[in-house]
Design a protein around this ligand. Structure first.
Ligand code: TXA
Ligand code: MG
Length: 384
């Protein structure tokens, strides 16, 4: 699709041409008009880029599912820019007093921010947006451009991450272009995202709130406000309360192997054509020393990536998807990745890495199923 607005740049993609425009006041206005007209627009948030449309427009919602190749039962998050909008989305009559109290405490302390709250939905919210569930996930992003776009649109923008279902989330406009090509009506380019990790999804409906997807708001930050959370419900099997819990998700197309710090440092190099993602400089140096790679010469391999030289979990989270995108585009593969410490944002990073590694197993199962005499009971639909 080619749109022609004044002052915008056109980018060539593999799939054709698409409009990518800088995130500024004028272009946000244009993007808002498009959303109001039922179009779909990719835009940055503080976490990852979203693929936004009017949350009340079923045609536009259907297109978002189609473009992402996302199963219809996997609900979208609705983004708001004002607390008043909750009245149009949430059925407060089905929210317990305790849950309403939690909404108030969490909203005041952590909104706007990378926290999505699941609450009972009003009938007016299209079932398509919520995957047929009677709850709705709501997020108030901490990103000026996103908030202005939501306000310019209809005040309620449904937006999944702007990537094909099951693939790595986009943290730059280029990722959206590469992955979705011209299937999107417009991309607002606001540069790389700050947090780089999707929002934490928290169900506040039950007696005890429960994290459905670890993300940009660490569990301990929530618990200081709510008290202890319910244990995370296991992915796979039984009823899926949040499809973000699927074991195989957030995956590069290459096989990814996950290692503890000790394992990573002991890995033998060169493994045929592999690429390596270290958590910090110390791990990388230990690996290099173990493999007799002179530290001054490691650059020439072009296969070593360090998420955060100083070992900062925030920096590692911000760089995770971008690094995996880069590694996925290399001729080298598979990917060996080190688990960072499982605290704070490390929980969300390890969640994404585990799911990326699980995709490898699922791919094998799917391949075996196609072979004569193969056949596994693996969940094929995980492999969009
Ligand atoms: O940071 C983010 O959350 C990004 C940006 C764009 O806002 N969005 C995002 O959306 O990651 P998406 O669609 O990729 O992931 C939404 C997650 C999915 O795992 C979905 O299953 C879950 O939220 N979800 C949405 N509505 C739900 C509901 N009513 N109940 C339980 N889980 C829900
Ligand atoms: Mg996503």
């Amino acid at each position: 699709m080619i749109l022609s607005f004044k002052g915008v740049s056109r980018c060539k993609t593999r799939a054709g041409k698409i409009m990518v425009i800088e995130l500024n006041e004028k272009n946000i206005f244009t993007a808002g008009e498009l959303v109001r007209a039922g179009k779909i627009v990719a835009f940055p948030t503080e976490t990852v880029y979203g693929l936004g449309c009017d949350a009340f427009n079923s045609h536009a919602l259907a297109r978002v599912f189609e473009v992402k190749k996302r199963p219809r039962f996997d609900p979208l998050i609705i983004h708001i820019a004002s607390l008043d909008t909750l009245e149009r989305l949430v059925d407060f009559s089905r929210l317990s007093m305790a849950a309403e109290q939690r909404l108030s405490v969490l909203g005041r302390a952590l909104w706007p921010g990378p926290l999505t709250l699941v609450m009972p939905k009003l009938k007016a919210v299209p079932d398509l947006a919520t995957g047929g569930l009677d709850t709705v996930a709501i997020r108030f992003p901490a990103h000026d451009g996103a908030l202005r776009l939501i306000k310019e649109s209809t005040g309620a923008v449904a937006a999944p991450s702007a990537n094909p279902f099951g693939y790595l989330s986009p943290t730059r406009a280029e990722h959206v272009l590469e992955q979705l090509g011209d299937a999107v009506d417009l991309v607002l380019d606001g540069g790389p995202t700050d947090i780089g990790m999707e929002s934490t999804v928290l169900d506040i409906c039950g007696d005890v709130p429960r994290i459905l997807r670890p993300g940009g708001t660490p569990q301990n930050m929530i618990e200081t406000l709510t008290g202890p959370l319910a244990a995370e419900s296991p992915g796979g099997g039984g009823k899926i309360s949040s499809p973000g819990q699927l074991t195989s998700h957030y995956a590069p197309s290459k096989d990814l192997y996950l290692h503890t710090e000790a394992e990573m440092r002991r890995l033998a190099f060169p493994e045929d054509n592999a690429a390596y993602m270290f958590f910090n400089q110390a791990s990388f140096e230990a690996f290099a020393v173990n493999n007799n790679i002179p530290l001054g010469h490691t650059d020439r391999y072009k296969r070593f990536f360090i998420l955060s030289p100083s070992g900062s979990l925030a920096e590692a989270a911000a760089r995770l998807f971008d690094t995996l995108h880069t590694m996925d585009a290399l001729s080298a593969g598979p990917i060996h990745a080190e688990r960072p410490p499982d605290t704070g944002l490390g929980e969300a990073i390890n969640d994404r890495l585990s799911r990326a590694a699980a995709a490898r197993t699922h791919r094998r199962l799917a391949q075996n199923r196609d072979l004569p005499g193969g056949g596994s009971s693996g969940s094929g639909w995980l492999l969009e």
